[in-house]
Write a new protein. Structure first.
Length: 161
């Protein structure tokens, strides 16, 4: 399985390899092993590689490595590419400016203020003129209902207020 890489990618990987050798992240054998497989192909299946020290491009012509300018795109074994990318990560981190860690999370969209439901203007209750429920007039003594016009209780003759 191969993946498309650019010559710039390959140069980055070459630097990462060289860096790994310098820092001891990889032994010389490991670097040589990776470099031996560090061969990409162009569309015509011509093999290309880059010197990890010289960063010089070569392609293989009749079994010989000949210096040449690389094509715009190359195919590299995915497995190798992943190894090289893993190498590249710490090396490029040291070389380039630190990327901001966290992109600021977008400001939380404020909760929509609820449109106030119009409070229905209360239909003014007509202040009813206090219609006193006509309390039946009662005799204070016997408690019987007595007619409003009477002055005395018809039962016991008590004087009504
Ligand atoms: Zn009475």
């Amino acid at each position: 399985m191969k993946r498309t890489v650019t010559p710039q990618d390959m140069e980055t990987y070459a630097r990462a390899l060289q860096h790994a050798r310098e820092t001891g992240d990889l032994t010389s054998e490991e670097v040589d092993l990776l470099h031996a497989r560090f061969i990409a192909e162009d569309a015509d299946k011509t093999q290309w590689t880059i010197g990890i020290r010289s960063l010089q491009w070569h392609h293989r012509v009749n079994g010989k490595w000949v210096s040449a300018a690389p094509p715009r795109e190359l195919q590299l074994e995915l497995e190798l590419m992943l190894v090289l990318k893993a190498l590249q990560a710490p090396a490029s981190r040291a070389a380039t400016a630190p990327t901001p860690v966290a992109t600021p999370s977008p400001a939380a969209t404020p909760a929509p203020t609820p449109t106030p439901t119009p409070t229905p203007t209360p239909t003014p209750v007509p202040t009813a003129s206090p219609k006193p429920t006509p309390q039946p007039r009662r005799c204070p003594k016997c408690g019987r209902e007595v007619a409003a016009n009477l002055k005395f209780c018809t039962m016991d003759g008590t004087r009504l207020p």
